[in-house]
Design a protein around this ligand. Structure first.
Ligand code: FAD
Length: 507
């Protein structure tokens, strides 16, 4: 083995968790190798809005918002299924304690800067902060990054899917990835793209993980540990089926063919414990003419019906909660989102990407009709049921009360409609022609995976840690279980546990 193939830490993947771990390790003086399977850096994290749910940090303090570690604890204690289960409690406390430390540590580097992001949390529970407690990295010009990094950051989803280059100004997840990668290389870390890790190398009686094997046959060694932060298995149909994750590979938002779960499987082969019960970070997905799904949120008008023509949830629910409603019955996938012409034939929501309305109409993923009866016929739902649904909904719009699902009563519901009362979220369907857009169950990634402890160590079934092996992000089972607390929970938790993993392995 040559020295060049030996590092202190090997990080598998290059999303937000992976690069946080790599940056923290490199700043601590460790030699770091990041192995990324695809040709670009950032994975789904680069597609993301870059919101980080990291409570109680100096960023919220600077912004003067009423956030605190205690408030976040109260919030999690209310919304998590079983916060006092000992393993969950330990992780919650580790997360809450380290989030402020991590942000202080990252912001001590001139390459990293965060700001508060107004975006409501997803549950009305004690400890919730008005307009949320999430933070995001500030934008950065691509040419302010080292040239190689600037070129390697994965473009936003709407550009990536059509093969277009990214923008000159990187925001959200792109800024996060660009900034972290810049720290890694400045501190001497090495980023290698185009290498998929398929195996973990072990040595000694305790089967310590000492390196990785890649699909192209490289064997690379790590003195202190390997951090698996290679996303979930959302792109692997067989694993999705095996673990009962609803939705479909084509509807998932991760970059195509990226997150197939090879590194998770390599850990399982070493006896790692896994918990797949949390399933995924779900969302309604606008179906695209090519069969893909687009993460959609922030509905401003219109309503969603199942295949019987009936509403089944508040369309303005936070996206994961709406996705979970969709998953409850087979006749909800696909659903039809029925809207009118008040926005000139565009979808009254934020879809990433929306796609071209004309192309949707041509492909039949959207249908248009002069009357609701005609529309019902086109989408194959009973016309009388659709008429009754719209009439009842329009009645709610007149009274300002959605007696069925309470649409408009939560701060989140009206965040995208102007921030006023329920009226703003209750907009009648009365401007023909009418449209129906086909919706599927999409996800931002799976969230079941390797069982880890508060230090990010991968555990065996008997609770012992596999020496030298760590996991974070969607490769690990989420500490939040089946709950999505607020904007940035995937990235925030990935970043914290990647950093704690590095702290542990460097000891
Ligand atoms: P990823 O970011 O997908 O990174 C995994 C990386 O590992 C990929 O680059 C992949 O190619 C690589 N990889 C996979 N297998 C291997 C292998 N065998 N060897 C080497 N490399 C491998 N979450 C938030 O917290 N905040 C937001 O604002 C937010 N906004 C979002 C907006 C959009 C449009 C989308 C689609 C998602 C959003 N999410 C957001 C969700 C979030 O982006 C993901 O859940 C999260 O980034 C997953 O992080 P990860 O590191 O686990 O996986």
């Amino acid at each position: 083995m040559s020295d060049e193939q030996q590092y202190d830490v090997i990080v598998v993947g290059s999303g937000g968790g992976a690069l946080t771990g790599a940056a923290v390790a490199a700043r601590a003086g460790l030699s770091v190798l990041v192995l990324e399977k695809t040709a670009l850096l950032g994975g789904t994290s680069a597609y993301s809005g870059g919101a980080c749910w990291l409570p109680g940090t100096q960023v919220q303090q600077r912004a003067g918002i009423p956030d605190s570690t205690e408030g976040a604890r109260a919030y999690l204690d209310t919304i998590l299924a079983d916060p006092d289960e000992p393993a969950t409690r330990a992780k919650v406390e580790a997360f809450l304690a380290h989030a402020p430390e991590l942000v202080a540590q990252l912001e001590a580097d001139e390459a990293m800067e965060f700001e508060w992001l107004p975006f409501p949390e997803y549950y009305d529970a004690p400890g919730r902060v008005p307009f949320g407690r999430s933070i995001q990295p500030t934008t950065i010009k691509r040419d302010a990054l080292p040239p190689l990094i600037g070129e390697l950051v994965r473009p936003p989803v709407e550009l990536d899917r059509v093969g277009a280059p990214g923008r000159r100004t990187l925001s959200g997840g792109q800024s996060l990835i660009g900034r972290l990668a810049a720290i890694v290389v400045r501190e001497g870390g090495i980023l290698r793209t185009g290498h998929a890790v398929v195996d973990l190398l072990t040595r000694g009686g305790d089967a310590r993980v000492v390196g990785v094997r890649t699909a192209d046959g490289l064997e690379l060694h790590a003195r202190f540990g390997v951090l698996v932060a290679a996303g979930g298995f959302e792109g692997n149909a067989a694993l999705r089926a095996e673990h009962g994750v609803p939705g479909a590979v084509a509807w998932s938002m991760a970059p195509r063919d990226a997150n197939l779960g090879e590194a998770i499987r390599a850990a399982l082969a070493l006896g790692a414990a896994a918990d797949f019960s949390a399933l995924g970070w779900f969302c309604p997905g606008l179906e695209q003419p090519d069969g893909g799904g687009s993460f959609t949120l922030g509905f401003r008008s219109g309503l969603m019906v199942d295949q019987t023509g009936r509403r089944y949830a508040n369309e303005c629910l936070p996206y994961d909660r709406f996705g979970r409603e969709m998953a409850k019955a087979p006749d909800r996938v696909p659903s039809w989102f029925v809207f009118d012409s008040r926005e000139g034939g565009r979808l009254p929501a934020i879809a990433m990407p929306e796609g071209d309305p004309a192309a949707h109409l041509e492909a039949g993923t959207w249908l248009r009709a002069g009357s609701l009866d005609e529309l019902a016929g086109l989408i194959g739902v009973p016309a009388d049921a659709l008429a009754a649904t719209v009439s009842r909904f329009n009645g709610f719009c007149a009274t300002g009360v959605d007696a069925d699902f309470g649409r408009g009563t939560d701060e989140y519901d009206t965040f995208f409609t102007g921030g006023g009362g329920p009226d703003e979220a209750l907009v009648p369907l009365d401007q023909p022609p009418y449209y129906a857009a086909r919706f599927v169950l999409s996800d931002l990634g799976t969230k079941g995976g390797l069982v880890t402890d508060p230090a990010g160590r991968v555990l065996r079934e008997d609770g012992s840690a596999i020496p030298g092996l760590y996991a974070a992000g969607n490769s690990s089972a989420s500490m939040f279980g089946g709950v999505y607390p607020g904007p940035g929970a995937p990235l925030g938790s990935a970043m914290v546990f990647a950093s704690l993993a590095v702290r542990d392995l460097a000891r």
